[in-house]
Design a protein around this ligand. Sequence first.
Ligand code: GLV
Ligand code: MG
Length: 352
Amino acid sequence: MPSASRPAKDFFRPLAVGAPQPLHEVPARPSRAIHFFDPSNQKMAAKIPAMVGSVDVLLGNLEDAVKADNKEAARQGLVDIAQATPELGGPDSKTQLWTRVNALDSPWALDDLTTLVTEIGDRLDVVMVPKVQGAEDIHYVDRLLAQLEAKAGLQRPILVHAILETARGVANVEEICGASPRMQGLSLGPADLAADRRMKTTRVGGGHPGYLVRQDPPVNDLGVSDHEAPRSTYQQDLWHYTIARMVDACAMHGIYPYYGPFGDITDVVACEDQFRNAFLLGCVGTWSLHPKQIAIANRVFSPSVEDVRHARRVKAAMGDGTGAVMLDGKMEDDASLKQCLVMVELAEQLAA
Ligand code: GLV
Ligand code: MG
């Protein structure tokens, strides 16, 4: 996991469109739960200041789930909240301030970026860009941010996070990750992606009882299969392929992969399962759509005490980090040590 910050000046270097981007490191700040709120909803907005310090990221959402008539109110609401809550966002804050702007082909995206960078750019840590189709979308946001930052005299670059939620975006995932040194990470957008792929689901994230495999039928002594016999079924993960692709693309470019929304707020058990699958596959965090999902995300995206204890034992047993040792009847070597170091580093970053 990247652990150092890239020097700020590097974020402002001219972007050679089409040229291979160097691997880079983005600041490693905990972002296990990205908690979404609608800044045009006054009841929700009133709760935000009290949440600072108890969640890794607060994200003012301007895109889907905000009514078209409320887009300006949401944008202004986010400015007001940030200005009234000085401890939210910026390099020293315990809680980062992110926003999800409207899609780049909507009538609002340009005003979203212009207003937010001008008014609260020194506090805004990450801009989440929805429906990213290819590197060109990131280049556009990168250049616009560079202009607006220069005009506002900002010293710290605002980072960019893309939502992977179109088939074209998935096809271009590697180039999206490497499109700008500002790239902080990627989230899965399962609802839009399902629609774009014409999947036959109606949910926001999570599994589906129809997406399953069935145990083979039992075979009698004559070798005939009994297709009428009761058989177990196993539900499969609809999102495995996309998350795995996303994780590889992010790892290749040194940025962070995230799961996305889990829409069934009442099903905390399935939510935790979906988050854990993503964590085990390499994701560092997820979205939270309700305060009760924050606790689930914090628990799931922090390594367990047992895993960290085991990882530290392997580290100690491996001495100089080469060769093989036996621990509790299992073989440990350079490669298993590397996995253990991921766990130890994450525990240390979260404890810092
Ligand atoms: C999120 O934006 C989604 O479409 O799932
Ligand atoms: Mg979406």
